[in-house]
Design a protein around this ligand. Structure first.
Ligand SMILES: [Mg+2]
Length: 403
């Protein structure tokens, strides 16, 4: 089997998402996705990654991954480069699943559970409520709606708004600390102990400010604090962890197993969080989760993207032995039916992955013809990247496709 075409699709309606479709000479195609700054990811996919993919066997997932990674790592393989690799890796696993007739979780080693517990990020139930002030004034109301749906863990971010000018997260005033805590207090009063609360701080504070907030949160029975500071400095992150009894989670901001190795070795987190469409795809996320397992840590995927990431996470979570729980965003996934079919069902606070081959789902074909569609295609023989010859000289991407 040979990859013959690399296609990307973006829709203005869902502007953070880019889908990649890899077509093959055997009529099997694979679907992948990455999220955020999609224009630069698209450039990397077509201008560079296509040189490594076209004409190659899509079943050689590890070799294709490492070829692209080595080419990029000389100048830092995170950011757009890793988003591109992530989307492509997901599409390669989709092809493998369709080729073997198995859902991706079977190819990862099968199911460790029948269904996966989801938590909800934010108290928004629909997109229009997303940034509503009312949610923070009366957090109990949407929380009770989530409880009725069987979702009993919610993650909120009541402090990041206080990390802006003039202090930029290096100081939080007693008034702002109190205002943030007030949201947590109102929520706790409304739901009692029927719901668990996690706090995301989006890496907006420095270590002393993060410790101050974490300690102030301790009386409210918080399940975890996510990204209290920047996770790049693992020992600084470990300082926050050592200073509070609340579990610390890290981090959607880290990419590849190498970044997570620093977190694990420095005992800098209690929960390992990674995003499959940012950190390196299905291949890399499985490795990151396995490394967390060696350090006796649970894994929880980041899931704030589009429908393919949502599906990928459900397939990984059913398989990963050391799973914590799966993130979900109700105001996002309620709208995914416009783009992808079928979708995994969420019922009574649990998601059940699809059983079809590969991802088990496809983009709706009419998306390609929509007025807001931006389509780009690279075909075999087309080389957009003037550096492509350099990679071949270096020995990467040169192996002939298997017959
Ligand atoms: Mg987060």
């Amino acid at each position: 089997m040979r990859i013959t075409k690399v296609k990307t699709l973006q829709l203005k309606k869902i502007p953070r998402v880019i889908w990649v479709v890899l077509e093959t000479d055997e009529g099997i195609s694979g679907l992948g996705e990455t999220v955020a700054k999609p224009g630069v990811a698209r450039a990397v996919i077509h201008e560079v990654c296509s040189s490594f993919l076209l004409g190659k066997n899509p079943l050689d997932i590890e070799w294709l991954w490492i070829s692209m990674f080595r080419a990029f790592s000389s100048h830092g393989a995170t950011g757009a480069e890793m988003r591109a690799i992530s989307a492509i890796d997901i599409a390669l696993w989709d092809i493998l699943g369709k080729y073997t007739g198995q859902p991706i979780y079977r190819l990862l080693g099968g199911a460790c559970r029948d269904k996966v517990k989801v938590y909800n990020t934010g108290l928004a139930m629909l997109a229009r409520e997303k940034y509503s002030k009312k949610i923070y004034e009366q957090p109990g109301e949407p929380a009770k709606k989530l409880l009725k749906l069987g979702i009993d863990v919610v993650k909120i971010a009541p402090f990041d708004r206080y990390s802006v000018k003039p202090f930029l997260g290096h100081y939080i005033s007693p008034e702002d600390l109190k205002k943030g805590l007030e949201v947590v207090k109102r929520l706790r009063e409304a739901i009692g102990d029927r719901m668990q609360i996690a706090i995301d701080m989006y890496s907006q504070f420095d270590v002393p400010a993060a410790i101050e907030i974490a300690r102030a949160l301790e009386p409210y029975d918080i399940l975890w604090i996510e990204d209290p500071a920047m996770p790049d400095n693992a020992s600084a992150f470990a300082e926050v962890k050592a200073a509070t009894k609340i579990r610390i989670a890290a981090s959607e901001r880290l990419h590849t197993r190498y970044a997570f190795r620093r977190i694990c070795e420095n005992q800098a987190a209690d929960i390992i969080i990674a995003d499959p469409c940012w950190a390196g795809g299905i291949s890399e996320t499985k490795k990151i989760a396995s490394m967390a397992e060696v350090y006796e840590l649970p894994f929880a995927p980041h899931n704030a993207g589009g429908p393919v990431l949502h599906i990928v996470n459900s397939l990984l979570c059913i398989n990963i032995p050391n799973l914590w729980m799966m993130e979900s965003m109700r105001h996002n996934y309620q709208n995914f039916g416009e783009f992808v079919t079928p979708l995994p069902e969420i019922k009574n606070g649990y998601i059940t992955p699809l059983e079809g081959p590969g991802l088990g789902a496809e983009l709706k074909p009419e998306l390609w013809d929509r007025e807001d569609a931006m389509v780009d295609t690279t075909v075999e023989g087309e080389v957009r990247d003037p550096e492509a010859a350099v990679y071949k000289q270096a020995g990467f991407g040169t192996r002939q496709p298997q017959q």
